[in-house]
Design a protein around this ligand. Structure first.
Ligand SMILES: NC(=O)c1ccc[n+]([C@@H]2O[C@H](COP(=O)([O-])OP(=O)(O)OC[C@H]3O[C@@H](n4cnc5c(N)ncnc54)[C@H](OP(=O)(O)O)[C@@H]3O)[C@@H](O)[C@H]2O)c1
Length: 253
């Protein structure tokens, strides 16, 4: 169960080797998080996160194989996690790929891969875990969306559209959870320095995984429905959303 300050004691992370996810887990273990399931495709990456969290004081960190695109297994996977943890206080959906816009926009299968990994798979997983959380009558889903989905740009429309789909789906699911005891938080980071963005020029208001983790924890404490990271991006996008197409097109990269 969440503790008196609303912090989780148990968590499942889908995309358990994510750098943003790892930073959030470090912050949460420093609070009350004790038992964690890391789900993902890379056993070595998951084991490294597990080792770090245990060194920081987590009581048990299990690693389980999980591919977010394998939607047929999501129902059974969520039920298995619930059985292992008893109660699931928090589910972080961190799995995602950036893709390669220049190549993806010319390749139907590559485009589908980005959309399946970032939208279809996470949406199916959210449905599976929301069922568990509704049955528990408590628990929070935390979804790593992106500002790229707030207004989709020509420069990265495959990834941007995949996050727009996930973001809209998540907001709708959040509404459907009202009154159930369970809830959902949408996180919209800007450009974050992680291995996903390695080698790229930092975007405007670039931030770090640690700073995103701080913003998410603040959001959890306050019961915020949408967390922007860094926070001023909320205002920036309130303006950018309204820019006429001719101006929007002229914005750099
Ligand atoms: N970095 C940014 O600038 C930024 C900004 C906004 C939003 N985000 C979002 O934040 C989330 C975490 O990203 P990050 O920056 O922490 O990058 P990251 O370290 O590359 O994390 C992405 C995670 O997704 C996992 N993943 C990819 N495909 C998967 C699949 N089919 N099944 C299961 N897991 C899969 C990766 O694991 P593998 O080792 O198996 O590939 C990795 O653990 C992503 O959804 C990303 O889109 C990132």
């Amino acid at each position: 169960m969440n503790d008196a300050t609303g912090m989780p004691q148990t968590a499942v992370v889908l995309g358990g080797s994510s750098e943003i996810g790892r930073a959030l887990l470090r912050s949460l273990v420093a609070r009350r998080l004790r038992r964690v399931i890391l789900a993902g495709r890379d056993p070595e990456g998951l084991a490294a996160v597990a080792k770090e969290l245990e060194a920081l004081g987590a009581e048990s960190v299990e690693t389980l194989p999980f591919d977010v695109t394998g939607v047929a297994g999501h129902g059974a996977f969520a039920a298995d996690c619930a059985e292992r943890l008893g109660q699931i206080d928090l589910v972080l959906v961190a799995a995602g790929i950036l893709g390669d816009q220049a190549a993806d926009e010319l390749d139907p299968e590559a485009t589908a891969r980005v959309l399946t990994t970032n939208t279809t798979g996470p949406a199916a997983a959210l449905i599976a875990f929301s069922k568990v959380l509704r049955d528990q009558g408590q628990g929070r889903l935390v979804v790593l969306s992106s500002v790229a989905g707030v207004r989709v740009r020509r420069a990265n429309f495959v990834y941007g559209a995949s996050k727009a789909g996930l973001d809209g789906f998540s907001l709708g699911l959040a509404e459907s959870l009202r009154g159930s005891g369970a809830s959902l938080v949408v996180v919209r980071p800007g450009w974050v320095a992680t291995r996903m963005t390695e080698g790229m020029a930092p975007g405007p208001m670039a931030t770090t995984a640690e700073a995103v983790a701080v913003d998410i924890v603040k959001g959890l404490e306050r019961g915020t429905a949408v967390v922007w990271s860094p926070a001023p991006l909320k205002l920036v996008f309130a303006v950018l959303r309204l820019l006429p197409g001719a101006l929007w097109r002229r914005l750099p990269g």
